[in-house]
Each structure stands twice: as C-alpha cells, then as structure tokens.
Design a protein around this ligand. Structure first.
Ligand code: F6R
Length: 366
C-alpha cells in the first residue's frame, strides 16, 4: 500500500507531480484560453465583486492560504486577509455580505475551520471551500468550492495537500484575474503554460533527494533550526519549519528573512542551521544580503537556489537546486526540498514519520 516506499509521507511527497497535474487537468484549457472551475464559474460575479477575501484555515492549510494571499493580490488585485480559523472564530470578526471567505482544509473536518465557516455564513459572507476529501463536512457546509485532487493523504504531515491547495488557488486567482481584466491575455496564457510545466519541474526537484539525505545526515542532531524566505516564499519558510518540528521534534522557526535582524539573529551561532529560500527572482539580492548577515555570525547555511545559481553557492554551506519558474509558482518547487529534508532527518532520528507523537490526521476537536 506504500507502493514500495518506506513511509506514506515519502510516497506522498513523490506523488506530487501527479497530484498537481490531476488538480489542474480538465480545469485548464490553454488552447481555449480558459480555466473551468464550476464552483467559481457559477458564482463568478459574487466572487469577483468581493470587497475582500478572507482565507481561514489551520496549520499547513493556513500556510497555503498565505501563499494564496500573495497570488490573489498580485493577479486579481483583491485585498486578502489570512486568518487562523481558531482566532477568527473567537474574535467577533467584522464580516459582511460583500466578503468572500475561502476555507482551506485537506481533511474537510477540522473543527475550528468548520466553526469559522459557520460564523462567516451567519454574517452573510459567501463561503468557498478548498478541500481534498470529497464529501467532507467542510465541503458540504460551504456555498461552493473546488476540490484538490491529491488523492488520500495518509501521512499526518501534510505534503501533497499543500502543493495541490496552492495549485487550486492559483487557478482560481488566474480565473478571477481574467474575468476582472487585471491580467492581460498573454500573461494569462503564460501562466497556464508555466503551470503545465510544474509537474516536470517538481520531478526535477525530487531528483535532489539523495543530495538532501546527505545534508540531513549532517544536521540531524541540531536542536534548533531557522527557516527564512521572503515574498511568496515566506510562507514556505513557515511550512518548512512546521514539517521539521512535527516529524523530527527539532525546534524550528520560520521567519520572513528581513525580520531576522529584529530578533532571531541573536540565536545565530556556529551551531545553528539556517535554511534560506534564495531563488533567483523574489528579492534575490536582498536575500543574498540576509545570507551574508548569517554567514558573518557563523551560522550554517542551507540555501534553496535556482538551477545554475553561482552567487549564493559561494556563500552557503550547502545549496539545493530547484528549476527556474515564475515567482508566483516557486512555492510549488521550493517546498519539495524542505519536505525531503525533514523526512530524512526524522527517519535518521528513528521517529515515527507517518504518525508523529501527539498529532492526529484530522483535528475534529477545537
Ligand atoms: C501539518 C498538518 C496540520 C494540518 C492542520 C489542518 O502537516 O497536517 O497542520 O494542516 O491540522 O488540517 P486540514 O487541512 O485537514 O484542515
């Protein structure tokens, strides 16, 4: 049932090229220049007239929401807020009929996310669900939605659900942008073409597995780890840190790279591995200077870079390459090495990768 893999998590990491293409297949029609998503098509006016979009979710799904914030704001120019469902529901939030709430949940059963949806509905918002489990409670409680087609995710640490959530939300943002005229036809077409190439590029990112395993072996005994990224890759830094925490029990924190100097830089010494997402687009030069700051404090740098990068290679202790892509799609690639890094560290430490202590696959209590 694990298809020859030692763990479900590793199988699910490797399923991502297919899971992503299953998620866009049939929805993306580049030759017609359209994206078809029934849940969006049937409510296109309601959604595109939204004064703002509020995304509610927990955990990894919340990280996908943060990536979506950057994507929606860039492509569709609709203001987006991303909220932890648990905070949103207890805050007496200001919501009106002009708001669209997007709830993201792999399981479709998360109690806090469910309660946030009910609250948003009571206040008259239109609620759109992005779930993986078909027929789940959240998919039934929402006005409309779009499924991720990741297939069953068994490993407690979410992997392919995350990348397929980003895929669905990218499609949705592109579709809205096209409808609202905030994207040119040629730019829209370029995005579709690039999204079609992503599964192959994810496959290429997976080819670094053995190299990543060697890096894991060097850092497996670390007690702390910092993850840094900017822009679209800031949420990826958060997600990388969460993956390491939950399966290897190593304390890790994700930060926007520029925030480092406002506190976390005090933690850096020669014992501290720092994983930095430094792909060529996305404030590259700024990230390079953040890397220099770490280096001058003797932190160990593991950098995720674009294929062929030379500048960061000179500064970093280790580099892991991912293929070049558009900035908005880079999280789909930069996430892959971070998943593999935490997987290998957890395996080397003898942890129960698929069922980490204290965690359950779906959190049906608040
Ligand atoms: C992390 C993880 C959790 C879930 C969170 C939300 O790897 O699995 O953080 O992402 O519990 O779950 P869903 O998406 O099912 O609502």
């Amino acid at each position: 049932e694990k298809g020859g893999f030692d763990h479900f998590m590793l199988k699910e990491i490797y399923e991502q090229p297919n899971a992503i293409s299953d998620t866009f297949r049939g929805r993306m029609l580049p030759e017609k220049g359209i994206i078809r998503m029934a849940g969006v098509d049937n409510n296109i006016e309601r959604i595109s007239n939204a004064k703002r979009i509020i995304i509610v979710a927990c955990g990894t799904s919340w990280h996908a929401g943060l990536v979506a914030e950057y994507i929606f704001e860039e492509l569709a120019r609709i203001p987006v807020e991303v909220e932890y469902a648990s905070e949103f529901r207890y805050r007496n939030p200001i919501i009106s009929e002009k708001d669209v709430v997007i709830a993201i949940s792999q399981s479709g059963e998360t109690a806090d996310t469910m309660a946030a949806i009910q609250l948003a509905r009571e206040k008259g918002a239109f609620v759109f669900g992005v779930c993986n489990v078909v027929g789940s409670s959240i998919s039934r409680e929402t006005h409309a939605g779009a499924y991720t087609h990741a297939g069953p995710e068994i490993g407690v640490a979410s992997t392919k659900a995350f990348t397929t959530q980003i895929t669905v939300l990218t499609l949705m943002a592109l579709k809205l942008a096209k409808h609202m005229g905030t994207i040119s036809n040629s730019d829209f077409q370029m995005h579709l073409q690039e999204l079609e190439r992503i599964p192959d590029k994810v496959q290429k990112a997976l080819n670094s597995d053995e190299h990543i395993r060697k890096i894991a072996d060097i850092y497996k005994d670390a007690t702390n780890c910092l993850y840094l990224g900017r822009g679209f890759n800031f949420p990826v830094a958060l997600e990388g840190a969460l993956k390491l925490k939950e399966i290897s029990y190593i304390h890790a924190e994700g930060y926007p790279a520029a925030e480092m100097k406002h506190g976390p830089i005090a933690l850096i010494d020669e014992q501290m591995p720092v994983v930095v997402i430094a792909t060529r687009k996305g404030y590259y030069e700024k990230v390079v200077s953040n890397i220099q700051e770490i280096k001058s404090r003797k932190g160990k740098i593991i950098a995720i870079v674009t294929d062929g990068d030379t500048e960061v290679r000179e500064l970093a202790d280790h580099v892991i390459e991912v293929p070049e892509t558009m900035e908005s799609m880079s999280p789909l690639l930069t996430t892959i090495p971070l998943q593999l890094l935490s997987y290998h560290i957890a395996v080397m430490l003898g942890k129960n990768v698929d069922q980490p202590r204290n965690l359950a696959k779906s959190v049906t209590v608040e």
